[in-house]
Design a protein around this ligand. Structure first.
Ligand code: G
Ligand code: G
Ligand code: MN
Ligand code: NA
Length: 250
């Protein structure tokens, strides 16, 4: 309860921060952009990971202002990177189911892009399968609104939810993110390797960009590139970092 009170004040007090994890081309070592990941610099408890406060924010409704702050801060950072010459970089932002169900999401996204003078194609919104499955028809309408605007839609944690292939076919997603659970033992577990190959083949046939997350070794990187993944993310390539470290390591 105390933490919830603190969280209410965290935004006006400027205690939320974004870290950025690089996304790489699977073939080679070029950074194509970043995924924004929120943290809370709590005055007494230190730097808190999203797992400690996002669920609470979702239950209380605070996720709406928090999510708007994240989108705005991520777009401001991308604007700064573009101005510094990295003008092809993209930004991925995670959306919670609650944000996804809110009626003003389209306006918020449109206004935020305009405010920072960013073309929609530079923004990717990550939604989990489960998020998009909650109310299928309403979700499809929102997803179409976003993709009509030019925003990219990524299905995060793919393979861990329950979405049907029929639904996947109808979804105007542009990217599929293979969950790290399938990447972890990719080299030693033939079932995981088969699943990853199948997801890549499925994504290909639906003309989706394929991202693998949780890449922790050079072996996994090579294997995923060989299987035909387009983009990779993971500790082996780059951990989430503050903006300054991100630019230094780019
Ligand atoms: O950064 P980390 O690996 O600790 O993130 C843990 C979880 O929190 C991940 O599932 C991630 O998607 C989620 N998360 C991180 N930042 C955000 C955010 O800005 N909004 C939402 N809704 N979830 C986030
Ligand atoms: O659910 P989502 O994909 O948004 O989660 C992102 C989370 O994954 C972040 O909290 C980030 O810290 C974490 N993460 C990123 N790369 C790796 C990795 O290589 N291994 C592990 N275990 N976690 C990772
Ligand atoms: Mn994500
Ligand atoms: Na994920």
């Amino acid at each position: 309860l105390r933490l919830l009170q603190d969280l209410r004040r965290a935004i006006p007090r400027g205690e939320l921060v974004l870290h950025y994890q690089p996304k790489f081309l699977a073939a080679g070592s070029d950074i194509i952009g970043a995924e924004a990941l929120v943290r809370w610099q709590h005055p007494e408890l230190g730097l808190l990971s999203p797992d400690t406060f996002i669920p609470m924010a979702e239950r209380s409704g605070l996720i709406l202002p928090l999510g708007e702050w994240v989108l705005d801060a991520a777009c401001a950072q991308l604007r700064a990177w573009h101005d510094a010459g990295h003008d092809s970089w993209t930004m991925s932002v995670n959306l919670s189911p609650v944000q996804f169900a809110s009626s003003n999401l389209l306006d918020t996204v449109r206004d935020t892009l305009a405010k920072h003078q960013l073309e929609a194609r530079f923004l990717t919104l990550e939604v989990t399968e489960t998020t998009a499955m909650k109310d299928v028809e309403a979700s499809l309408q929102i997803l179409h609104g976003l993709t009509d605007m030019g925003v990219h839609i990524s299905i995060d944690d793919f393979g861990t939810g329950y979405s049907s292939l029929l639904y996947l076919k109808r979804m105007p997603a542009t990217e599929l993110k293979i969950d790290r659970a399938f990447v972890r033992e990719l080299e030693d577990n033939s079932e995981d390797a088969a699943i990853v190959s199948s997801i890549i083949a499925l994504g290909r046939s639906l003309q989706l960009r394929i991202v693998a997350e949780g890449v922790e070794t050079a072996g996994q990187q090579q294997y995923l590139n060989k299987l035909g993944c387009d983009l990779l993310q993971g500790y082996h390539l780059g951990k989430p970092m503050d903006a300054e470290a991100f630019l230094r390591n780019a």
